[in-house]
Design a protein around this ligand. Structure first.
Ligand SMILES: [Ca+2]
Ligand SMILES: [Ca+2]
Length: 101
């Protein structure tokens, strides 16, 4: 019934353990990298810089944060048609899903 000599010779106790530790380290490092990336992504997507400090976001300023933004979307978001987006107009467009948040 006990024919396990061959098996126990193949399975050496030391290396599966150290492999596991290495794997754990890799997983922990990967998770850390993913969450750091997620935080960077979240910040990059929400920050629009009012580069000229006039309190509103021009098409040019929005293009820095959202390179895919089209003039059509910009004009639709500019509800008072003053040629720039206020913080409220930007938020409304983001809430509506027209501009990525
Ligand atoms: Ca501005
Ligand atoms: Ca406006």
């Amino acid at each position: 019934m006990f024919r396990r000599e061959g098996e126990s010779l193949r399975v050496r106790p030391a290396w599966p353990f150290s492999l596991e530790k290495q794997e754990m380290k890799k997983i922990v490092l990967t998770l850390g990298a993913i969450s750091a990336f997620a935080v960077a992504q979240a910040n990059a997507q929400t920050v629009v810089t009012d580069a000229d400090g006039n309190g509103t976001y021009s098409m040019e300023e929005l293009l820095v944060a959202f390179p895919e933004l089209t003039e059509e979307v910009f004009k639709a978001a500019d509800t008072d048609a003053d040629g720039a987006l206020s913080a409220d107009e930007l938020k409304a467009a983001q809430d509506a899903g027209n501009i990525p948040a």
